[in-house]
Design a protein around this ligand. Structure first.
Ligand code: FES
Length: 407
């Protein structure tokens, strides 16, 4: 903070399971809220607006998540198209709700889709498809949002563009102005782009050698260590994860994560895993050597995943992502110390349910950030759905809702 009243502050996630934060910048009487990777709830965005004096000049909302689901999952094509479309629309709806409830002077959709220049992952460029891809590009996001929220101003920016927050005037960069995501020439554009970067990419790839014969021993030690970090997480994971490791010194290995510890061994064909991860040994090795974190490997898209049942497990991802006893304890304390005393009543199918006001996942205010449909409440922050009769989360392995039927 300086003495002219300019300051910048982080609006942290309510849940320690997510470590990204939005940033609120206030300078020269103008306020900008930047929500990169922050999964802001509507309550947090409104709080930011309040902190900024009741007006946000610009709010940047992410309409394309950095996510390996469903892209890296082994779904049949029709299922992939269905899940990808649902994900794309869910992200747009979440942005729509956040903007509607915050009402900034200008909303700026940003992010995505990724493009892949290395041959190993070039087939993933199918995610760029404007109709079926899971990621929404900023042009398409602006179109969708303008149509669904006509009273709100939306613009998107490309590299080099500038805006004067005082007048609202936008100056477009002449080079970026020639680019459009919808360009029919996109495959050729990507080819040229890949060719330009070929030498650089080859240099990076060469710095990742194939692993040695001790790969399995290091793999076992790695999961052995993860197994000592948090019984609370192991209880909530409780599943067998099978790794199909390709390339030199690879193999098929089972990691059984249960309360009390983790066992690692050669895969047993008679046992059905709940999760399967296929990855080349050279990429797995980046995690075992500490060169990359699990999240980096996942977001590199250089692996494929399968789960049965097809249910997200927040704690498995959390264990891999944090891999640190202190961070896992913070999540445990947050989840077990939730205050559920503030409650609301919702109705569905002629029945009433007394539920906590705040979502058990990351604290979204369910009185404004959820929809009730067919006996379920769908939290719009991260799309977890809870059965109102039982409180169970039906599309992810997550803490239950603490719902009480009233009749
Ligand atoms: S806050 Fe994440 S699903 Fe509700």
């Amino acid at each position: 903070m300086d003495n002219r009243g300019s300051w910048i502050t982080a609006i942290p996630e309510l849940s320690p399971m997510c470590h990204d934060a939005a940033f609120l910048v206030v300078a020269d009487g103008r306020a900008v809220l930047h929500g990169n990777d922050a999964r802001l709830t509507a309550a947090q965005a409104r709080r930011a607006k309040h902190l900024a004096g009741g007006r946000l000049d610009l709010m940047a909302v992410q309409t394309s998540g950095a996510s390996w689901h469903p892209i890296c999952y082994e779904y049949p094509p029709e299922e992939m198209a269905r899940v990808a479309a649902a994900k794309r629309v869910a992200k747009l709806r979440a942005a729509h709700r956040l903007v509607r409830q915050t009402a900034p002077e200008l909303a700026v959709p940003f992010a995505g889709p990724p493009c892949f220049l290395d041959e190993e992952v070039a087939h993933l460029n199918r995610v760029l498809d404007q109709e079926t891809g899971a990621f929404c590009d900023p042009e398409a996001s602006v179109r969708w949002l303008r149509e669904h929220l006509p009273g709100q101003a939306f613009e998107y920016f490309q590299p080099g563009d500038a805006i004067d927050l005082g007048t609202g005037e936008i100056t477009r960069d002449p080079v970026s102005a020639r680019f459009s995501y919808a360009d029919a020439d996109r495959p050729a554009y990507l080819k040229r782009y890949a060719a330009d970067r070929a030498e650089l990419i080859a240099g990076v790839l060469a710095s990742y050698p194939e692993p040695g014969p001790d790969l399995f021993a290091r793999f076992r030690d790695h999961f052995g260590r993860l197994g000592t970090l948090s019984d609370y997480f192991l209880e909530r994971i409780a599943m067998l994860v099978r790794f199909e490791v390709t390339g030199p010194h690879g193999g098929t290995w089972d990691v059984d994560l249960r309360p009390g510890g983790v066992t690692v061994g050669e895969a047993r064909p008679d046992v059905r895993p709940q999760y399967r991860i296929t990855v080349a040994g050279r990429w797995l090795d980046t995690v075992l050597t500490g060169r990359l974190a699990w999240e980096d490997l996942l977001i590199s898209f250089r692996l494929s995943l399968y789960r049965d049942p097809d249910v997200y497990n927040d704690h498995l991802v959390g264990l891999l992502k944090h891999a640190n006893a202190q961070a896992l304890r913070a999540v445990e304390e947050y989840e077990t110390g939730r205050d559920e005393s503030e409650r609301i009543v919702v109705r569905s199918g002629g029945r009433s349910f007394d539920i906590p006001r705040y979502c058990p996942h990351a604290g979204e205010d369910l009185s404004i950030g959820a929809v009730v449909r067919d006996g379920r409440i769908h939290c719009l922050a991260h799309n977890f759905a809870f059965d109102l009769a039982t409180g169970q989360c039906v599309n992810a392995r997550a803490a239950s809702l603490g719902s009480r039927p009233l009749d």
